[in-house]
Write a protein that binds this ligand. Structure first.
Ligand code: NCD
Length: 307
């Protein structure tokens, strides 16, 4: 596997075999984390977060620290020269003088692409607007793989904000490379997948519906998402749609016994707290897996040796 020096901007940047290599490293780290405690010693990760984050930023920072590396960064762009009007290109060229690898989250689609094009060190896209979130996809795939043992032949329901939800867009792209995946896209009319995603799905096995309860018995994986308030043009539209889907125990009545309930988090109202006790609820495990796959990713991009 030669991911050394590469960037990760979109979900298809790495081949299926390269992603497989990352899952294998992540699983090795999970079984023996102390073995990896020094592999990135002397290396510095910069986190540039122009948008709020809990899991993505903390898991990247925890990942680097657990590999023996160090971290710098901002989680509030107004505390950096960004607030003075500095361009992404200039910011990344500057960060490159100090750090070995950077992670960027930005509200504008394409921001990470611009950063990577202006950098000669690895840049990781931690979310660019409503577009992509490839490391969440790695997290989601690792979680499914750990549970199922494979990444093909299952039915996945994606429910909620399929229009603005970048985690959904990236996960669909990534899953389309595996065989036997059936997609059931559950959303209100107003929050259906954007045209470029329907284009990718052409020829794939998928249906669109508004009715979660009706399709529930068919699902092997249910991927719930939050309605992305920050991407709406007006609050009224958001309020109208925000509670359209609330997963609770009653709705799970017809579900398979081995259903996997995933959510990239944060959750607002779309999964009732009572569901957390259900053994099929895997969203906090999923958040934890996010740290391990990010450890594997940082190691690979920095060319750190695991022997
Ligand atoms: C997601 C994101 O930022 O797109 N969060 C995350 O990284 N786990 C999902 C969301 O914000 O709804």
């Amino acid at each position: 596997m030669s991911l050394k020096g590469r960037s990760l901007i979109a979900p298809l940047d790495f081949s299926v075999a390269e992603m497989e290599g990352l899952f294998e490293i992540a699983e090795k780290i999970m079984t023996d984390p102390t073995r990896y405690a020094d592999v990135c010693k002397g290396q510095l990760l910069a986190t540039l977060f122009y948008e709020p984050s809990t899991r993505t930023r903390f898991s990247f920072e925890a990942a680097m620290l657990r590999l023996g590396g160090q971290i710098i960064g901002f989680s509030e762009p107004n505390s950096s020269a960004v607030s003075k009007g500095e361009s992404i290109a200039d910011t990344i060229r500057t960060i490159e003088c100090y750090a070995d690898i950077a992670v960027m989250r930005h509200p504008k689609e394409g921001a990470a692409t611009v950063a990577a094009a202006n950098a000669s060190f690895p840049v990781i896209n931690a979310g660019d607007g409503g577009h992509h979130h490839p490391t969440q996809t790695l997290t989601d795939l690792l979680t499914i793989r750990l549970q199922n043992g494979h990444l093909d032949n299952f039915t996945v329901g994606m429910c909620g904000d399929l229009k603005f939800g970048r985690t959904v867009h990236s996960l669909i792209s990534a899953l389309l490379r595996y065989s036997g995946i059936r997609f059931i896209l559950i959303s209100p009319e107003e929050l259906k997948i954007p045209a470029y995603v329907s284009e990718e799905l052409k020829g794939a096995d998928y249906i669109e519906t508004q009715n979660l309860t009706e399709v529930m018995p068919q699902l092997d994986v249910l991927y719930m998402t939050r309605v992305q308030r920050e991407r709406f043009f007006n609050e009224e539209d958001y309020v109208k749609l925000k509670d359209r889907y609330i997963l609770d125990n009653a709705k799970l009545a017809g579900a398979k016994e081995n259903l996997m309930i995933l959510h990239p988090l944060p959750r607002v109202n779309e999964i009732a707290a009572e569901v957390d006790k259900d053994p099929r609820a895997m969203y906090f495990k999923q958040a934890k897996n996010g740290m391990y796959i990010r450890m594997a990713l940082i190691m690979a991009l920095l060319g750190a040796k695991d022997d």
